[in-house]
Ligand binder design. Structure first.
Ligand code: C2E
Ligand code: MG
Ligand code: MG
Ligand code: MG
Length: 289
């Protein structure tokens, strides 16, 4: 229940609302501290070729390593960061970390072809973004064709006429564009037509619905995923499925012609130091064998 404060008509909100306001202020403080004290990290999740399970790329995923609270996931950060505008500074920081981490992983694995997919918020699409990205690839010595710009429908729907131009610039520069969380919004198919999309990422909700649940629903989900894959291929897009957790899901997706996959079945998002360690262990194993 709300009460009026007699003095200036301000509203004293109920405890629940006060809590969310306090929580929000706390997130804002954490974000500023993280930017100032370098707590943001780009975790990498491997993306594999479904047929061979060979690692062909990585997705960079934002984590805030809070010294007291531990690792904070993007779901707790992004909404607030988009509202305050801090997402632009976070995005720049993530871009730098992600490219630096790709260099480290490439050195450790000896694989200089694996690609790097980076998520972008609609607000990051400023006219200077392509030029800044180009400068970073030069600084880190990364070929532009190794970069994938991940966007969601929210970016394509965003009321910013420059987004199309910026995507075209990325394309000319050699970067590929991935449409993330495909199938979760509205009229997604038309985007394959209207925007320079190279990769379609099938949302994990579809992957989950392939197994378990009502047989009828499961059947329909499978038809849908098979259809999306066929259409994407006809539009000359590569198809990546995300959130693959079981061998059964992987087998079905592979049978449907899905090209690549990402999920806990293969590897979790992790600090690159751990990926590098694992690469070292593999080296030792194969030199013993
Ligand atoms: P996304 O781009 O769709 O990333 C995939 C999400 O699925 C990641 O969540 C990943 O950890 C999770 N995931 C991967 N495999 C599995 C699996 O097998 N099972 C399950 N249950 N989940 C899996 P995460 O890291 O929490 O990121 C959530 C979202 O936050 C991302 O969704 C992306 O939209 C956004 N995000 C992450 N990093 C950034 C960033 O640097 N910038 C921006 N603007 N957004 C980011
Ligand atoms: Mg993504
Ligand atoms: Mg996704
Ligand atoms: Mg998602």
């Amino acid at each position: 229940s709300k009460k009026r404060d007699g003095k200036n008509g301000a509203v004293l909100y109920d405890p629940l609302i006060q809590d969310t306001t306090r929580q929000r202020a706390e997130i804002e403080r954490d974000i500023e501290a993280a930017l100032a004290d370098d707590w943001f990290d780009a975790y990498f999740q491997p993306i594999v070729d479904l047929a061979s399970e060979r690692v062909v790329g990585y997705e960079a995923l934002m984590r805030l390593e809070h010294p007291e609270k531990g690792t904070i996931p993007p779901s707790d950060i992004i909404t607030v960061a988009e509202e305050t505008g801090a997402i632009i500074r976070i995005g720049n920081c993530m871009l730098d970390k992600a490219l630096a981490n790709l260099v480290r992983v490439s050195k450790a694995t000896g694989d200089n072809e694996a690609y790097l997919a980076i998520n972008f918020s609609p607000l990051q699409f400023e006219p200077t973004l392509p030029i800044r990205l180009a400068a970073l690839t030069t600084r880190y010595g990364i070929a532009p064709h190794r970069l994938v710009i991940e966007i969601t429908e929210a970016t394509l729907l965003h009321d910013n006429p420059q987004i199309r131009t910026i995507l075209d610039e990325f394309n000319r520069f050699g970067c590929r564009i991935a449409l993330d969380d495909f199938g979760t919004g509205y009229s997604s198919l038309s985007y394959l037509n209207r925007f320079p999309v190279d990769i379609v990422k099938i949302d994990q909700s579809f992957v989950r619905s392939l197994t378990g649940g009502e047989p009828e629903l499961r059947h329909k989900s499978r038809m849908l995923v098979e259809g999306i894959t066929a259409i994407s291929h006809k539009m000359e897009c590569t198809v990546v499925a995300e959130g693959i957790e079981t061998a059964e899901q992987r087998d079905i997706l592979e049978q449907f012609g899905v090209d690549k996959g990402q999920g806990y079945l293969f590897a979790r998002p992790q600090p690159v130091a751990r990926l590098i360690e694992a690469a070292g262990e593999q080296d030792r194993e194969s030199s013993v064998a």
